[in-house]
Design a protein around this ligand. Sequence first.
Ligand SMILES: *Cc1c(COP(=O)(O)O)cnc(C)c1O
Length: 426
Amino acid sequence: MQKLDKLAIHGGTPVRHTMNAGMLRGAMVVGPEETERVAQVMRAQSMSRYYGPDNQGAVSTFEDRLGAGLGMPYTLGVSSGTAALVVALKALGIGYGDKVIVPANTFTATPGAVICCNAVPVYCDMDETLNMDPEDLERVMDDEVKAIIVVHINGHPCDMDRISAFAAKYNLPIIEDVAQAFGASYKGQQAGTFGTINAFSFQMQKIITAGEGGAVATRDFNLFERSVRYHDQGSFRDKDRYVTPGSGLTAGEAVIGQNYRMTEMAGAIMLEQWEKRDLIISSMRRNHRKIKQALKAELPGIQFRKTVDEDGDIGCILALLHDSAERAKQFVEAMTAENFFTYFMYGAKPIYMMPFLLNKKTLEKNDFPFDYPFKKPVEYREGMCPNAERILPRMTLMPVSPIMTDKEADEVIEAVVKVYRGLELV
Ligand SMILES: *Cc1c(COP(=O)(O)O)cnc(C)c1O
């Protein structure tokens, strides 16, 4: 007993002999179904959604399923989550001279997509949910702000009531960045159905995945058409699928676009991942819930990430809040020694603290697009979002894999209890 209680970091026996599964979710359940679907596309020699001797229509079928699942009439597969954000921003007409509110706690791609559209991000602080703090929105608002990107970080929904109320007050469109939260919901409504136009990612680490891929979803045909055109060099090749006779929808004018098309191979994989979504999410939810409940019972005083809708969380990450940054660091080191993948968000700092974002490093002349003569200048500095800077170094994350077994969930509980007691964290 004595031996078992000794922390691995102090020379004791680790709870696990090898490191547990890391950051992958849908990728962990890829099987012969995905292989067969991709093979179908390949056998048909039709790898592009718009060409091929025997086109399988994998991307368009996936779009239809995603749309039906979300209850969104218009969905478009694209090449990545970053592409989805760019397409959504472009559809909204965001560009040079515009500001877009983004959360302080997000992946680089969120502000990166804004800058790609020649607009600039302004950062809203977060709270202990790790998501955007609606209280801080007024601080960053001015009449140069043209949209809000909300990010449901680590599988937990944002406070959509308050964010939507703010957006309505200023008549701002919302883009939901659902990259980390496919399947999440807020008060029973699915993430990706609140915003004006919403962005999904199917990159390798995301909940359902084709390795790379993304999608946008909207209820607005005009935004959809602009998205389709922008993502496909200005053209709209399968209007017939959407523009039903008598709908009154007319084809808009072509614009200069890019190529952000989803491949048929990605579409084929997504069709199979789509079928597995409930399995993936229900497994993560079950284990996440079980671990949280057991830890609450065993360790009174343990603190988790705050929630706005416990049932809407997809359970892909166990987020623990520690009393200090030092305690959090000790926890990560001790858990790693016990062979549990444990980490901080993006360097334990808000994303604007990344030197390239802080210093506005683009590849353009004169710091374009930051050179725009904004009425209220855009300045980034340490201390800008104090809650994010204070909370993130105290917040540790542990991924929950969809293939986590009951035994592995018990091991997580055992290890966290062992480390909290061993380090006297509670
Ligand atoms: C992964 C991610 C993206 C970008 O998605 P890609 O498919 O990798 O381009 C955007 N936003 C967030 C919050 C992400 O986690």
